[in-house]
Unconditional design. Structure first.
Lengths: 506, 506
């Protein structure tokens, strides 16, 4: 069998894997949106079975043999050098996925799934009771299993390398640590200056904002962002999310809070940013495993660029505030553009990550990254975690959690065994700002376009420069190609410093 | 391996098959309700793949070996006599399904799927143009493939036996023909007397009935019928249907016509009748292939019993008309119970099956059964079909189709290769009336209960006598058990004659 023949057969196998992944995504989307409540048990069995079928196919000896026949190996996952670039990108991605899954014994995978299921239930109860000790034994188990997982997958430097790679392929602990170190220092400086500065009023955001009007405004935003409802949907769910159910089916959900208009609006922009990425892959990779975000960090760069850099900009609301005010005339009566703009950009050190503003947000991530790398390296014991959490919170934010629920127990990730996920949120901020700087250089009239409601120029640039590539380029390759240099926190920090100086008269 | 061990393993395999069937049902439900329009191509690929996986598992040599090890064979599909009754019922159902699928060469199945796909497209165009000759070549192909299918499956008497068995397991052509013969004669007599009798006024059903109010009334009806929305949903789709997505997830859809209140109301009662059956299987068979309607005829008996025998009864509207009138005060102003009751029960020979009343409906089926058995037996050529259709329509209804679209081209079934499906609709009418007679005998206060809105007694009786069994009893066994005798058209005819005599002053 020639390497080309092997690639052709692998494409067929991959195509079916993608169809199964999409079917599974529908099962999960439905669970969060429309499924009757009593069906939850069977639904998890359906999902479990499809996942097992996907796992069996991905790790089948046939796939291993075909990868070998195509010349893909640990030393060169891109395979036979005679193959076209696109095949080599495909092989690299498939080899990585296959390799990760075959290395894990089925037994360990099942144990992790079980531990995560129990973990979430126990975590929910512990958080409700605000009692870390209730969660600690199960978390210890999850950490131990995760360390074993890292060992099976293998790593050169740090066991956490094997974990972060699941969410941010090819990233390493050392790389992230070095970027975060510079980020932390300058962010702390900025936060300090903001805390010492004037106060910002955002009381007008907390009024009665009827949910149906918020949904109407959301649809207006989606139209402005060119999110195509013949290839997607907007529904409501307890937690907003984006999911891909097909090449032409990328759906988002929103949650509206009728007492607080910010939640719904910015989460819709955020999720639409994710969705536009998934809808923009080039024709040649559509339907394959390359039709995916190349990393969670890059995915998050798309959502955060839209949500924060565009969606919280002054030109954006120059265009959209009058439309919002038409829907909420009494709630926004007398609120000027300047007041609105400052209000939605209020910065305040706080305890809860998901409520954090764009300046302090990355500090929440740095705290988690720091603690989880130490947990995985065996340098921090689970029992010492609350104390370490509180100490770091005090250092970074100048405040102390009132209790475990608003501290170490606030996030679900560890209870699900998702170690290595957190840093991707902050990487998203950095990639997003670095991409935005390149976009701004390429489109000198950007602010003018945004203020005219012409968001299409943004989508076109993102699509051409980023979306089309899907996972054919790694995050690093993409970043070099789009911005001409490696990832750096500089762009994000400059963006923040320039944006917040006038807001806070710094 | 003992027969018991074989049964245990078969239950495991079956359990996963059911999970996959339910996942597939979600893909199809979503396609009809919420899927973005551009996703249709990929969705059919997803469904095709899951169906192929289900087929491969069902026809695997392992299943064949296990069935043999359990003692299930052509001569005794119920397997080893030492097994408990429930296992024997399970083996019979699985053996039948396995046997039907293994007998069909994969090549023929693919050819049929392709021909049906093209068939539907061509049929749609032919119907739009009202031109049978455009559909004829593809229909010939479908008939030929279906005859080959019947030959592969095998039959004793008539090739149609192999086809009807797909939808009405264990039924035979001769049996259905003999029942339909008696039915036709007496229905024609009744229709003749009604045509000669007084006219019924139903003009008030055609007014502007806002759809949201119709949906509100539908939810009221569903509550009255004890359709549990924690185990189901009501959505809207182009054609109403019921689908089972899990043991605790049976959904229905409705289509409301804002100019005609009958369509929506009665289709909701109809679909809820189907859904209540699927929600009522006994705990011991839930999640297995026995948790299914035992035949389409029995399934249809449940929907039609609710829709026609209960839903179009006078006591039912004694309770519900005031509630309907509260929602539509102007539309139903001055409409008495008697006028309403007569209006919803208007009988009129017509050309279109799906618009037919409960008296003439079965004649539409008899026509189709007659023609399709002759097509399959090679006694009627496809080219002669329109003429045969029109002649029989004239005989049965005294009217002639204006064109092919309102005649031979009106139904989608043949274009999908679904030969053998039609009779189940009429069998449903007969089983429904026979069950209703038994229920009436068991609950002397039935009309009083219905008029008090106490529909729960009906559900309880149906559940206890019919639903719990699922497919553990065949349609014939169930009928004997519930009514003490074999299926007979007598109950249905008596029901109609007694009901319509006062309505039409016969």
């Amino acid at each position: 069998m020639t390497s080309r023949e092997a690639v052709t057969r692998l494409h067929e196998i991959d195509r079916e894997l993608q169809l199964l992944e999409h079917a599974n995504a529908l099962l999960m989307w439905d669970e969060e949106t429309y499924m009757p409540e009593k069906s939850i048990d069977e639904r998890s069995q359906q999902v479990g079975l499809l996942q097992a079928i996907i796992h069996d196919r991905l790790t089948s000896p046939e796939v291993g043999d075909l990868l070998a026949a195509a010349g893909a190996s640990e030393s060169d996952p891109r395979g036979d050098a005679v193959l076209p670039d696109e095949s080599r990108a495909f092989l690299r991605a498939l080899h990585r996925k296959h390799r990760r899954e075959v290395k894990l014994p089925g037994e360990l995978v099942s144990e992790l799934v079980r531990a995560a299921m129990i973990g979430q239930a126990v975590w929910r109860e512990a958080r409700a009771r605000s009692d870390f000790s209730h969660f600690a034994p199960q978390l210890r188990k999850l950490v131990d299993l995760t360390i074993r997982k890292a060992e099976y997958i293998g790593f050169v430097d740090h066991p956490y390398d094997a974990l972060i790679d699941e969410f941010e392929p090819w990233a390493t602990t050392a790389q992230v640590r070095s970027i975060f170190a510079g980020l932390e220092k300058r962010l702390e400086g900025l936060v300090g200056r903001i805390r010492a500065a004037r106060k910002v009023d955002d009381a007008f955001l907390e009024a009665d904002y009827p949910v149906d009007k918020q949904a109407e405004f959301s649809r207006m935003l989606l139209a402005g962002m060119s999110y195509d409802l013949t290839r997607g949907r907007l529904d409501q769910s307890a937690h907003p999310f984006t999911t891909t159910l097909g090449r032409d089916d990328v759906r988002i959900t929103a949650r509206y809070n009728h007492n607080f208009v910010k939640t719904g609006i910015f989460s819709v922009i955020h999720e639409a940013g994710h969705a536009l990425y998934e809808l923009g892959f080039s024709e040649s990779i559509r339907g394959s495993l390359l039709a995916a975000g190349t990393s969670l960090g890059i995915h998050e760069s798309q959502s955060r660029l839209w949500e924060n850099i565009i969606g919280r900009s002054e030109p954006f609301w120059r265009y959209y505030l009058p439309q919002l005010a038409r829907l909420f005339p009494s709630q926004l009566h007398g609120v000027s553009l300047e007041r609105f703009y400052r209000g939605i950009n209020k910065v305040e050190p706080s305890l809860i990550r998901i409520e954090a503003d764009e300046v302090t947000y990355s500090l929440h991530i740095i705290l988690r990254f720091d603690l989880e790398t130490r947990l995985i390296a065996g340098e921090l014991a689970v029992d010492d975690l609350p104390e370490a959490w509180n100490r770091r919170t005090k250092e970074l934010f100048g405040i102390l959690p009132d209790n475990d629920a608003s501290g170490v127990l606030q996030d679900i990730h560890w209870s699900m065994g998702s170690f290595g996920y957190f840093p991707t949120y902050a990487l998203g901020n950095l990639y997003g700002a670095q991409f935005a700087a390149a976009m701004r250089a390429a489109i000198p009239s950007l602010d003018h376009e945004i203020a005219s409601g012409n968001l299409r120029v943004i989508l076109e640039w993102l699509r051409r420069e980023i979306h089309v590539h899907g996972a054919a380029l790694t995050a690093t390759e993409l970043c070099e190609r789009v911005t001409g240099q490696a990832l750096s926190a500089e762009f994000f920090l400059t963006y923040l410093e320039q944006k917040y100086a006038p807001i806070y008269d710094l």
